[in-house]
Write a protein that binds this ligand. Structure first.
Ligand code: GRF
Length: 186
């Protein structure tokens, strides 16, 4: 099975997915696509010998370039691992129920535009939530509104800082995202 990973940042989730399938020969990370020059994910791609593509904005939102590239590569699943752009309709329609995303909170709360990364954990702490967690979901044309696949929870203590919450959530991300990718591809 072939997957393409889209990321915008450090790529720690991408690294965990790559590690999970190393040596198994069942899942091949065919491409890494990123919209941010210099993002850490490019170093991961280089080290792992995975073709990395810097996404060009106009093309991504208007052209069919990336859709054709991924179709010709027989991609079975597109994995958004910290990808901060909305996926354009043409890509969603070309890969129905084949694009998944991980969100560092318990959707539908703390979702939507601008709610990503540290902002999410700040909002959770500010709201004095007793728990947070991750949501892995299918991607449709709207931010974070696709059908949920898995939610896992972690406790939020009143003494927790947003960074404390981020650390607990990241443990869940790294533990569960590779498992879900494997489950969807088997
Ligand atoms: C994580 O918080 C993930 O939940 C969100 O973006 C971040 C990606 O982190 N989608 P990394 O680049 O995989 O380290």
């Amino acid at each position: 099975k072939n997957i393409a990973i889209f990321a915008s940042g450090a790529g720690s989730n991408a690294q965990k997915i790559i590690d999970h399938f190393r040596g198994k020969g069942t899942v091949n990370v065919k491409y890494i696509l990123c919209n941010k020059p210099g993002a850490g994910i490019f170093d991961i791609a280089e080290r792992e010998n995975i073709p990395a593509i810097l996404i060009e904005k106009e093309q991504f939102f208007r052209g069919d370039t990336y859709v054709k590239l991924l179709q010709e590569a027989n991609i079975d699943l597109i994995v958004l691992a910290g990808f901060l752009w909305k996926v354009p309709t043409n890509l969603v329609q070309a890969f129905p129920n084949k694009i998944i995303n991980i969100h560092p909170a318990l959707l539908p709360k703390y979702g939507g535009k601008g709610m990503y990364g540290h902002f999410v954990h700040e909002a959770v702490v500010a709201a004095q939530e007793k728990e947070s967690g991750i949501t892995i979901h299918y991607v449709n044309e709207h931010y974070d509104e696709g059908a949920p696949i898995l939610q896992e929870r972690c406790e939020v203590l009143s003494t927790d800082s947003p960074t404390d919450v981020a650390k607990k959530v990241q443990v869940l991300e790294h533990q569960w995202f590779p498992v879900i990718v494997e489950r969807l591809l088997s």
